[in-house]
Write a new protein. Structure first.
Lengths: 290, 457
């Protein structure tokens, strides 16, 4: 039957009309603006970045730069150590905040302040506190008869300061996530273990943690992805100093790109981390079964 | 970061033929910006052109210029305090800057010839040198100190009486620290004698290193821009220089945070009286005190502080100086290079430029002899009680009466990267923080320098 055949007095819809009436086409048209934005602001920059990062000379330059090698080690410390310490603490603290006392609510509100405070004033305050001449930490050390420490002027303490600030700043957020996870555990399970005479530790080991395990792993992966790209904390706290020894990949890429005008090196720096990031994302997607 | 790849919107830089986009370094003082705005208004009136002038702080402007050149979406004229060593050698080599040799030729009779080489850089595409920037003003090394602190412990505060022999000079500031701490431990317990920047975050570190290396008679490149840092005489000078910085840092007379300082931190330390002296490659410190609203009688500027020269070298020879000469660039992709060149010539006309540069209060020294002939540069300001200026004339002496040459980054584009990486600052950190020997730190830095230079052939 041709499209123009009359049937029951109604004209059969043309091919174009049918195409527009198709739910697939309508769906595509409705999502087209979003797809266009996605293409312009995600696909194109990604493709541009990958194209730029394919230059083998960039990798030769990176791997011959001693700062880059140190940076990879720092990034591993930052992502591996800071994230895990932060999440273990968050898991434990969420247990404290789960108690149903009025003062706990006040404590929870106070506890959220570091997360709510904008990063910049927080970091600048921390820098002042760590100043070796005038900072409060050295002032207190002096009061107790200890020698002052050049916190930001030596590698270990400077990188340690970055890690500590990261934990201080983001611990409340993950604690609240775990608290929400704890609250979602049915109370009946705890009532049952109470009848069996389980201790608090046994409750945690056999009920809480098994039910939070997936959430914990997802949070770990998410936090690792966020932290791998974190620029603000290391840059504002140490700027890579002393002696370019505290850079992480994000700050080094910035330095290559905007201070040295080497966009290709900056992109290659990120490309080095890309397999790890994609690995995390792949695991994450598999875990949440998307 | 990846958003760099997104094409910018044309409205941001769509330039009409009679419109000029000018990116200018924000001045340290409002008077500088006002002087530039006045020049722009005059230019618009006389040339019937529209000028889109914007001021940006130096660190941000460098990033803005770098991103613009990479993306080929550029202004017509850009003046940043970092152009001379971070833009001109690199982007001249990459063939991204307009050849302004015709502007230089037109202005040549007015130039202080010593300052011109800074913009005469190599183009990697044509393999020829040309002027890829227009030098306008310069800075050199000065040392500032608090006279009132010296007076407080009975030490000579007159610059003419400060010992200028190498060891005596540096020991003088150490002695001041010891005396002040002893006199009033509560007040001066955390004061340091020497505000010597030794950080990879600060360009002051490069200046300090290069000045000290000159004092130790070392060179890193020859006249053709080839690396000679590894030659025995120069390697030895580099080791001595690094060793000197290392000993200075560990001696307890330099603030421990100096390895983490930015360019502004020694200024801040000095203004807050927590260091007795600091080397600084511009007159920004006294200029800031001149405009200090908390000191309306300008006691700090005229009575409490002074500027002094770098000491004689360890061999007893008078100090040799390096100048950093600030340059205006025109990107090759400029939509209106003819008008851009007209604009630059207009800005640097004698009377107009004199007004502009004097608004910086002596922070910069003019690259033009007729502007430098203004009596201001020899006499400076006069104090409210008739006091002599102890800052601006010192800089003029260094520029005009001392052996003075421009930084050598014009010789090889690799210098941009060498300085960007702050290789010498890193070597200082190796000694001060990682406890390396000066030999080992010097060898690592020299190897890095050779590797960087090998990339520009």
């Amino acid at each position: 039957m041709s499209p123009t055949t009359r049937e029951g007095g109604r004209r059969a819809p043309s091919r174009v009309a049918r195409l527009f009436r198709s739910r697939t086409t309508q769906g595509f048209l409705f999502t087209a603006p979003l797809l266009a934005l996605f293409a312009a602001f995600v696909i194109y920059p990604m493709a541009f970045g990958v194209w730029y990062a394919l230059d083998a000379d960039s990798y030769r330059a990176l791997f011959s730069d001693p700062t880059f090698r140190q940076t990879v080690v720092n990034t591993l410390w930052y992502v591996g150590f800071a994230v895990n310490v932060k999440l273990v603490l968050a898991l434990l603290l969420s247990g404290i905040l789960d108690f149903q006392f009025a003062w706990i609510r006040v404590l929870a509100a106070l506890f959220l302040i570091p997360w709510a405070v904008p990063a910049l004033p927080g970091i600048l305050s921390f820098r002042w506190m760590l100043n070796s001449q005038w900072g409060i930490f050295n002032h207190l050390l002096g009061k107790f008869g200890f020698a002052s420490v050049p916190w930001l002027a030596q590698h270990d303490t400077a990188l340690g300061a970055v890690i500590v600030f990261h934990i201080w700043k983001y611990l409340p957020f993950w604690t609240i996530i775990f608290l929400a996870g704890r609250r979602a555990i049915p109370n009946e399970l705890y009532e049952a273990t109470a009848i069996d005479g389980a201790s608090a530790l046994q409750n945690f080991r056999y009920v809480t943690f098994p039910l939070l395990r997936n959430l914990y792993l997802i949070c770990t992966l998410l936090s690792m992805v966020f932290t791998l790209g974190d620029f603000t904390v290391p840059w504002l706290l140490t700027g890579g100093a002393p002696g370019d020894s505290t850079h992480v990949l994000a700050t080094l890429a910035y330095r290559y790109t905007f201070q040295m005008g080497r966009l290709e090196w900056g992109l290659a720096t990120f490309a080095v981390a890309l397999p790890v990031t994609l690995g995390f994302i792949g695991l994450l997607l598999r875990w949440v079964k998307i | 970061m990846l958003a760099l790849g997104v094409p910018s919107f044309p409205a941001a830089d769509a330039l009409a033929a009679d419109k000029l986009v000018v990116w200018w370094n924000k001045g340290y003082y409002p008077e500088e910006d006002a002087a530039m705005q006045k020049i722009v208004k005059e230019f618009e009136a006389t040339h019937k052109a529209e000028v889109d002038l914007s001021f940006t702080a130096q660190e941000d402007l460098l990033k803005k210029i770098t991103a613009a050149l990479i993306a080929h979406r550029v202004p017509d004229v850009a003046f940043c305090f970092y152009n001379d060593w971070q833009v001109v050698p690199k982007f001249g080599w990459d063939d991204q800057l307009a050849d302004v040799s015709d502007v230089i030729q037109a202005l040549r009779p007015r130039y202080n010839e010593k300052m011109l080489p800074v913009a005469f850089v190599l183009n990697g595409k044509t393999k020829k040198r040309a002027y890829y920037g227009v030098p306008i003003e310069a800075q050199t090394m000065h040392i500032h100190y608090w006279r009132d602190l010296l007076r407080e412990v009975g030490m000579e505060d007159d610059p003419a009486k400060v010992p200028m022999k190498w060891d005596d000079y540096w020991n003088y500031w150490k002695k001041a620290q010891d005396a002040l701490r002893k006199k009033d431990p509560a007040k001066y317990g955390k004061l340091y004698g020497l505000g010597m920047t030794e950080s990879t975050r600060a360009s002051d570190t490069l200046y300090n290193f290069e000045m000290a290396l000159l004092s130790f008679n070392g060179e890193t490149v020859d006249k053709d821009g080839k690396v000679v840092a590894d030659q025995p005489k120069n390697r030895e000078a580099i080791i001595k220089t690094l060793n000197w910085f290392g000993e200075l840092f560990t001696s307890g007379y330099v603030p421990p945070d100096a390895t983490n300082w930015t360019d502004g931190d020694n200024n801040a330390g000095f203004h807050s009286h927590t260091i007795v002296m600091t080397p600084n490659p511009s007159q920004s410190i006294p200029a800031a005190q001149f405009f200090n609203k908390d000191d309306p009688d300008k006691k700090n500027y005229f009575d409490n502080m002074a500027t002094i020269e770098w000491p004689d070298g360890p061999d007893g020879k008078k100090a040799r100086y390096l100048s950093a000469v600030k340059t205006i660039i025109i990107p090759k992709d400029s939509k209106n290079p003819r008008l851009a060149k007209e604009f630059i010539k207009f800005v640097v006309e004698k009377n107009r430029f004199t007004e502009y540069i004097k608004a910086a209060n002596g922070r910069w020294f003019p690259a033009f002899t007729d502007v430098a002939a203004d009596p201001f540069w020899r006499t400076g300001h006069k104090g409210p009680k008739g006091q002599k200026d102890m800052h601006v004339p010192v800089a003029t002496t260094i520029f005009l009466d001392r052996e003075n040459k421009v930084f050598e980054h014009y010789k090889n584009p690799a210098f941009s990267q060498l300085y960007d990486e702050n290789v010498w600052g890193k070597a200082m950190a190796r000694i001060a923080i990682d406890k390396w020997s000066a030999d080992r730190a010097a060898d690592e830095a020299i190897e890095r320098m050779k590797a960087i230079f090998a990339g520009y052939k």
